[in-house]
Design a protein around this ligand. Sequence first.
Ligand code: DAH
Length: 339
Amino acid sequence: MEDPYTAQHLLVEAEALRRDVEDAKLGSEAAAEAFRIRFLGQRSGSVTTLFKRIPELPPSARRQAGITLNSLRKRVQERLLAARSSLEARRTSPEQRIDLTLPGRRQREAGSVHPLTHVLRSITGIFERLGFSIEDGPEIEDDWHNFTALNFPPDHPARDMQDTLFLEASGDVMLRTHTSPVQIRSMLTGKPPFRIIAPGRVYRNETITYKSYCLFHQVEGLVVDEDITMADLKHALYMFAGAFFGSDVRLRFRPSYFPFTEPSAELDVWWDLSGGGRWMEILGSGMVHPNVLESVGIDPERYSGYAFGMGVERLAMLQYGIEDIRILYENDIRFLSQF
Ligand code: DAH
């Protein structure tokens, strides 16, 4: 009968293999592959074969044998990996290797700030310097915030001034038609005094032409405190217009109507054109209507306020001499790269 296979046998064989592993020359892809098959080949690789003999060992010796063989197998794999990566490096000739010092082939296009963003930032910057803080509100509004609380009674014809994009047949959910609902939201969440502006997008169901679009931007303003008068309103707006257009700007205050202000006025700036010029409306404004203060629980006997809302596209078109509003939304590089 054959002698039983012992741990001693296995360790001696493993040690001999280890020497062979270290001595092997792996100078080519073929040599590396032969090496792999010789030691780790599935059927008769010599390390594989030793693994298969572990069950013949007495149980107490199997663990140590497993550890020895695992480390041998790992060593084979390390040599293979090292050999293959140096072969790979040699195969790639210097010209083909990636040269990280080469400049890119294409000059990156530098982005720039959209003209509307630019104008929005300069408007908010001016008001921040005048002590206003910036508020935000949702673009999806309900009827109460967008109209009712702003003193548009249900079915009042003033609602027709703002052709609304409704999101539900009930008519209660809509894209906000102006930034004025942010007045309501701010007054509901805070206490007077208020001194805020609210820039943002608004939406109307307009026929799209060179001068109207289905979305545009407004900056809303609201000041509520004790003893606020129309003189404060005019002062703030004149300060703003002087800072935005330059101190030589010509301005005109014109009576108007808005449900949420009384009295109401629009502000026009003189737009110089070759061979004349004309007045351009840039904002609506007025003294906050007592009904609006009441709808948010502020006592109109004690507090008064002014509000205004300006069209950002108008100001951008004036500032840059843009004649067609649609170009602000077309993302045409030939236009945008001029800013
Ligand atoms: N919300 C008005 C509109 O979109 C603009 C406006 C007018 C806002 C007068 C105001 C205001 O705050 O006082 O047509």
